[in-house]
Ligand binder design. Structure first.
Ligand code: ZN
Ligand code: ZN
Length: 765
């Protein structure tokens, strides 16, 4: 007999993902004794047995961990031989100074899905079925440690059958905190604002019938309410738009299966992987001919649609395939425009009463409001548009050890970021910090993250803009807590974010292509078309789009007709505007006021924004003169661009300024020649790509820097990003782009955090 003892420490996302039952079954199978426990360090294991068996155990655990686990560290050490009578699961240990990553919410696992549709199973058609491998996590966590009393399941005592599963180490539901069954768990019901129509299975069937009949339903989901209707029922979708006062913005869709999605959209292997992944995000897909017809209804002017597959048992039941029932549902956030998604039943009845015909409710409270995540692919890899459900709060691993800090994020598409050890916790998408409701959600979320990850910031980072609500929040806290605060320029933060996203390990310089909508510049102007020479610590602005006027600020962002004319006037080209769309859109008086404003500079900031250039060009060639959602003109401009057009406009550079006049002259000439919009758009897109390559080349010649970091909202444009990566690679550059956080403002907080830590020397290693 040659018995040995080994101690194993496993770190990462290892709790609440079925680690203990898996380890228990491996140990039983190999006849090992010892113990496992959840501690604040992760999972700690000690095994005792024959050398060969212990080795087999370690091999099995390394190669076949529970499928939801995300292992960062796997440390094995020798300990004194200490035989045990059996293998046991010991009570959790909690050290109040340590932290544990909390698992994000997960889709239904295959085992639970089978049981859901198995008439012999006691959870047959039960909409809250889950196990240690699947189901709600982050959205129901109130506090740590992750145990049932600290979740919103605390109100549902386990029935004897569920309790037996919960306490059986060999069971798939051993210590699965959210487990429930029809006897003891949450229930669904369907109601109007006045009366309850049905409960349980009847409620689900009646909901299906109402959706089939073209009604609009408010559905309580995992992270909040959705508003749903049959996506192929034009009348229902139009009605939803009217009631939600959302005239053009595309709706997200949920379909009953991958095959159905394929009818409407092209699905690449990588996109299929994302659609079917355990995170079940919304994936933005190119359309087929049938898809274009669907888009006319749900996403006007788009050549893409955002599809997702069901991700809760309730979704699977609602979208069960059956003839004459909807196969694709609109699933849009249940909110009033601009406000956070509704999570509470009472709130839903109050806020969505004019929108929804009925409410499919349940009584499992949502602790953290969380939207669906949105992804696309770039260079055959996932590329985030919105990082939320099923991704947050998974931390981003940093190549450094950090002091605990909070980066407040920015104004639009806000997320915040907290650092601890070698992790950055980038929050889920919070939204535009423009109203009281979103600000409340923001501060609540910060408190929640600080509490569950045990982070007490010693440093704050915020945007340069003094009036952003996020900046003010950080400034108030810094003052109250007497801690340092660093203000980080928006586009520098974008580039830092891209570096951290790529695990950039040093403070070497890179070329930064920050092409974006709006960010407050160091000179008080509105930046957004910036070419930086930057590292985490600092930046130099080496090239910029030449300044142009933004008369009335936001007014011109909403009315790109004003932008187009203001640019033309500023460039001395207004005499050529007569008869063009923006000219015709504004009346004589509006035009005169606008020109006066540009000339006097009254309430007219200067901007180098790339996003505004897209808006102005789109308006000039006759797309929208007034928009009703952010980036509408840029998205439309991208959608119409002729994929085969290779000509490009010139964007000459003078010193550090990228000149706009020649660009507008060429566009005006092409308009006079009646060149189609699709060709003009393509030539404009090509011009931006040529520009990106040219400035990178010039900077490389001057500095020898060969790495190009690509960040900013404009890079959501798939034509631009998909062209620039191979173009840079072909020219011998190393391009870095985003993989784990959005390229838009949803990723800025990560960059703020890194730059503030670097600038204050608060990195540990
Ligand atoms: Zn499961
Ligand atoms: Zn039960």
């Amino acid at each position: 007999m040659n018995a040995i003892n080994k101690r194993v420490l496993v770190q990462g996302i290892v709790q609440g993902v079925g680690f203990r039952p898996t380890v228990y079954s491996y140990a039983q199978k190999l006849g090992l004794t010892g113990w496992i426990l959840n501690s604040a360090h992760g999972v700690e294991i000690e095994v005792h047995g024959e050398l060969a068996q212990v080795d087999a155990f370690l091999h099995e655990l390394r190669t076949k961990p529970p499928q939801m686990a995300q292992i960062d560290t796997f440390l094995v050490s020798d300990v004194a031989t200490n035989p045990y009578g059996s293998f046991q699961i010991l009570a959790s240990q909690d050290n109040p100074h340590d932290f544990l990553p909390v698992s994000p919410d997960l889709d239904v696992c295959p085992d639970c899905l089978r049981e859901l549709f198995d008439p012999a199973n006691r959870r047959h058609r039960y909409p809250f079925i889950n196990c240690t491998n699947c189901g709600p996590r982050f959205s129901i966590v109130k506090s740590i440690p992750y145990d049932r009393p600290n979740t919103s399941m605390s109100a549902f005592p386990l029935c004897p059958d569920c309790a037996k599963e919960y306490h059986d180490p060999a069971d798939r539901r051993f210590h699965a905190q959210p487990i429930a069954c029809p006897v003891c768990g949450p229930q669904v019901w369907l109601q109007s604002t006045e009366e309850k129509f049905a409960t349980g299975e009847d409620a689900i069937q009646l909901t299906r019938q109402m959706l089939t009949d073209g009604k609009i339903l408010a559905l309580k989901g995992l992270g909040g309410f959705h508003l749903a209707c049959d996506a192929q029922n034009e009348h229902a979708v139009t009605e939803l738009r009217l009631r939600k006062r959302r005239s053009m913005k595309p709706f997200a869709l949920m379909s009953n299966g991958l095959e159905t999605i394929r009818n409407f959209a092209q699905v690449s292997a990588e996109e299929e992987k994302m659609l079917l992944s355990i995170q079940k995000p919304i994936v933005v897909l190119n359309l087929t001919e049938a898809g274009k017809k669907l888009a006319d209804i749900v996403a006007p002017d788009q050549n893409t649609l955002g599809f997702m597959l069901p991700y809760t048992p309730l979704h699977y039941l609602l979208l069960e395939k059956e003839i004459n029932y909807p196969e694709v549902l609109v699933m849009t956030s249940g909110n009033l425009s601009e406000e956070p998604i509704v999570t509470e039943n009472e709130e839903a009845l109050e806020k969505l009463q004019g929108i929804a015909d009925a409410f499919l409710m349940h009584n499992r409270p949502i602790e953290t409001r969380i939207d669906d995540s949105v992804l696309t692919t770039v260079a055959n890899k996932p590329y985030f548009i919105r990082r939320a459900r099923s991704f947050a709060p998974s931390p981003i691993r940093l190549p450094f050890f950090t002091t605990q800090a909070l980066a407040a994020g920015t104004h639009l598409k806000n997320t915040f970021a907290l650092s601890r050890e070698n992790y950055a916790f980038l929050s889920h998408h919070i939204g535009d910090l423009e109203n009281e409701e979103t600000l409340t959600a923001y501060t609540k979320a910060i408190n929640h993250y600080q509490q569950i990850f045990r982070i007490q910031p010693k440093l704050f980072a915020a945007d340069l803009h003094p009036d952003y609500l996020a900046t003010r929040y950080a400034m108030e806290r810094a003052e109250k807590e007497q801690l340092p605060i660093m203000h980080i320029q928006h586009h520098h933060a974008h580039i830092s974010s891209c570096l951290a996203d790529n695990g950039w390990k040093n403070d070497d310089l890179v070329i930064g292509l920050a092409f974006d909508g709006t960010g407050y510049g160091s000179d008080g102007a509105i930046w957004g078309g910036e070419v930086l020479l930057a590292n985490y610590s600092g930046f130099e602005r080496r090239f910029q789009l030449d300044y142009a006027p933004l008369p009335g600020g936001d007014v011109s962002i909403r009315k790109p007709a004003r932008l187009a004319l203001a640019y033309l006037h500023h460039l001395g080209l207004l005499d050529q505007a007569e008869g063009l769309a923006p000219y015709l859109y504004l009346n004589e008086i509006e035009r005169q006021v606008l020109i006066h404003q540009v000339e006097t500079g009254f309430n007219t900031p200067q901007t180098s924004s790339m996003g505004r250039l897209f808006d102005a060009v789109a308006a000039l060639i006759g797309l929208y003169q007034e928009i009703n959602y952010e980036a509408q003109n840029a998205i439309s401009l991208e959608a119409i661009a002729d994929p085969d057009e290779i000509a490009a406009y010139e964007l000459p550079i003078q010193g550090s300024r990228i000149l706009l006049k020649p660009l507008f002259e060429q566009i005006l000439a092409d308009l006079r020649q009646n060149l189609p919009q699709s060709a003009i758009s393509a030539r404009f897109h090509n011009a931006i790509n040529h520009l990106a390559l040219k400035v990178s080349d010039q900077l490389r010649t001057e500095t020898g820097v060969n790495t190009v970091a690509i960040s900013g909202g404009v890079w959501q444009n798939r034509r631009l990003i998909n062209n620039i990566i191979p173009a840079l690679q072909k020219a011998g550059f190393t391009p870095l782009w985003h993989h784990q956080v959005p390229t838009n403002d949803g990723g800025v907080a990560l960059g703020q955090l890194m730059t503030a830590l670097f600038q204050t020397g608060m990195l540990k290693e």
